[in-house]
Design a protein around this ligand. Structure first.
Ligand code: HEM
Ligand code: HEM
Length: 196
């Protein structure tokens, strides 16, 4: 049995590979896959909304920031599970370079999934017009850095482009998964139903 998939991008602990994705790993994958495009769409919508009436714009900002922070939490949880439980062994029929390429894409996706919300949070905290960050209007999140127009302009731009990069890469990743599925490989079934 190939060990290539086990140490993909150095993310999985050696010796793992029993069974398929756990139920929690699968649920977290699909929740994140749903929330990321939703947060992206809310991001574009909230900046376009007019300032008056204020309520829809304010609520769109809070929804964007809340879903973005939830993504961060879910991804952190996913990484803990990934570290503790690892991932299924890669399909032995796949060329080694493809297993490596997929591993690199997954590692970059994880990196972006963490970086984009952090940069979003820092943008919110740096914004000259301070709007409080309240998770689902209930939990206030303190802004650890103060307003700074120049920092905000830079962070906002990097946040935007990394968010676009994340979704573009995730789209390519999804298309590859569908391609493998069309070729009869079990990769998508394993992430959907948990078949080993
Ligand atoms: C924003 C959207 C998405 C993100 C951020 C994302 C992210 C990821 C990441 C990071 C992994 C690696 C899991 C690990 O090794 O721990 C993964 C695996 C996987 N994803 Fe996604 N994904 C997204 C959407 C999708 C969609 C739409 C599909 C299907 C059409 C899909 C199918 C899969 C499959 C089949 C795997 C398992 C790959 C393997 O076993 O090597 N993903 N995804
Ligand atoms: C997966 C997570 C996230 C994605 C995909 C995402 C995406 C986006 C997008 C597409 C924009 C629009 C940029 C523009 O058109 O100028 C944006 C702006 C912004 N986002 Fe996020 N974001 C995420 C998480 C967060 C989080 C967690 C926060 C804060 C806690 C946040 C705060 C902001 C702020 C402050 C702006 C700038 C709004 C403005 O220019 O007034 N984002 N984000």
């Amino acid at each position: 049995m190939s060990q290539a998939g086990l140490s993909e991008a150095g993310l999985a602990p050696a010796g793992m590979g029993r069974g398929g994705w756990s139920r929690a790993q699968r649920r977290l994958h699909w929740w994140v896959a749903l929330l990321v495009p939703l947060t992206l769409a809310l991001g574009f919508l909230m900046v376009e909304l007019p300032l008056r009436p204020l309520a829809p714009k304010f609520l769109a900002y809070q929804a964007h920031k809340s879903f973005g922070l939830v993504v961060f939490g879910l991804v952190a949880w996913r990484l803990v599970l990934r570290w503790r439980r690892g991932r299924p062994v890669a399909d032995a029929g796949l060329p080694r370079w493809q297993v490596r390429a997929a591993g690199m894409v997954h590692a970059v996706l994880y990196g972006l999934l963490l970086m984009v919300p952090v940069l979003g949070y820092l943008s919110a905290a740096s914004a000259p017009g301070q709007v409080p960050t309240m998770i689902f209007l209930l939990v206030p999140v303190p802004h650890v850095v103060g307003p700074d127009a120049a920092r905000f302009a830079l962070l906002r731009l990097v946040h935007l482009w990394l968010a676009v990069g994340l979704v573009a890469l995730a789209l390519g990743h999804a298309l590859m998964a569908l391609r493998h599925h069309a070729q009869g490989r079990p990769v998508l079934r394993a992430m959907w139903r948990g078949d080993a």
